[in-house]
Design a protein around this ligand. Structure first.
Ligand code: ATP
Length: 366
């Protein structure tokens, strides 16, 4: 959890339910990785901090023998006076289980010292996609489509193994390189859970701006919860704004629970109408009404380049900045037809259930 994460203040009866449902239930405990006890700095040069959360710090390190770069995530075993080793082993187990998923950060090894378990991870040199949400120069629509498609591919595979991430946000989607813009890698599986192992799953953690309405309402969590987050991430990459962020947490929660989103033309002037349609499909209150990751992968927004539809060209003059964005420069051309490998669904997928809606979206301005 990051510093913006929250414990919600529920009435006592709900708090009791929370305690019953939490405990150690739902955490994976079986791991194949041998946890090594050698001091990390005897094998690696630890060169600098890449990021940190509430209970972990991530440092870049270089293998003394090979010169290869890694990211070492030092995760605290004791938190608030409680032994949380099981939580760290769970994160390790989820990463192990996702080893064949190319969109998820690769786990190389694990070490342990007195205070931490250290997850030695593939180094994602391109940083967080969050940087591209708050930058004055937002990514082009073609670039965003490529990244969102990759996020969906990763999440689809994760969901196929019944695992939900539950903390998808632009800070947890990293890039393998910055220039040229690389591929995405999903990180931070501390809140991830396997569905079905403990009956209904209800969690009351997350980050206010990215949390889905069912989490606020203490309703069951499903794979659809991750799809909400992907809607938020897409919105942020396109507009440079956080769709639900309010003046304070209460306002943010209200915005989420009322699905209070600005879809104004001004906010979306630089992208095609299908982009708005895609987000609107995901940011719906009822989880059962959201498309699955596999459904999303056949949304026409993600394929219009291949279908011969031109993406909205960049405007002749930079867009009028909205609030914190200013002086946006536009990439000169839409992304080319790259990244065809690892595509899970073809544009002609039979699960093209957006077709009618998409046509309606094209016919009427949204
Ligand atoms: N493999 C990596 N390569 C490069 N940077 C990384 C890597 N893993 C994590 N980071 C950086 O460190 C930050 C924190 O990592 P991570 O989210 O895994 O930690 P956390 O303590 O679980 O965070 P939170 O408390 O926000 O959930 C990331 O947002 C990212 O900026």
């Amino acid at each position: 959890m990051g510093s913006g994460d929250f414990p919600l203040h529920f009435p006592p009866s709900r708090m009791m339910a929370r305690r019953r449902l939490e405990g150690r239930g739902g955490l994976l405990a079986d791991i194949q990785t041998t946890i090594l006890s050698e001091p990390l700095d005897s094998l690696f040069h630890i060169t600098g901090e890449l990021g940190r959360g509430k209970f972990a710090v991530v440092k870049k390190c270089v293998d003394k023998a090979t010169g290869k770069e890694f990211a070492a995530k030092f995760v605290r075993k004791r938190r608030r006076g409680r032994d949380c080793r099981a939580e760290v082993i769970h994160e390790l187990a989820v990463l192990e289980a996702a080893r064949c998923n190319p969109r998820i950060i690769n786990l190389h090894a694990a070490y342990e010292n007195e205070h931490d378990i250290i997850l030695l991870l593939e180094y994602a040199a391109g940083g967080e996609i969050f940087d591209h949400c708050v930058s004055d120069e937002l990514l082009s629509e073609g670039q965003i489509i490529r990244l969102i498609r990759q996020v969906l591919e990763g999440v689809h595979l994760l969901h196929q193994s019944n695992v939900v991430h539950l903390d998808l946000k632009p800070q947890n989607i990293l890039l393998t390189s910055l220039s040229p813009l690389g591929d995405i890698k999903i990180v931070d599986f501390g809140l991830a859970r396997r569905l079905g192992s403990i009956g209904e799953l209800r969690e009351i953690v997350g980050t206010p701006e990215y949390v889905a309405p069912e989490i606020l309402n203490y309703e069951p969590i499903t794979t659809a919860t991750d799809l909400w987050s992907i809607g938020v991430i897409t919105y942020m990459l396109i507009t440079g704004e956080s769709p639900f962020a309010g003046e304070d947490k209460q306002q943010t929660f209200l915005n989420v629970s009322q699905v209070n989103v600005d879809y104004s033309k001004e906010a979306f002037s630089r992208v095609s109408e299908l982009a708005v349609h895609f987000i609107q499909k995901l940011l719906v209150k009822a989880p059962e009404d959201r498309p699955s990751a596999a459904d999303c992968l056949s949304h026409p927004w993600l394929w219009q380049q291949y279908l011969g539809v031109e993406l909205s060209p960049p405007p002749a003059t930079p867009r009028v900045p909205r609030e914190r964005s200013s002086g946006v420069k536009w990439a000169s051309a839409p992304e080319d037809l790259e990244d065809k490998e690892n595509i899970l669904d073809s544009p002609q997928s039979k699960r093209f259930r957006f077709e009618d809606d998409a046509q309606a979206a094209r016919d009427s301005s949204i």
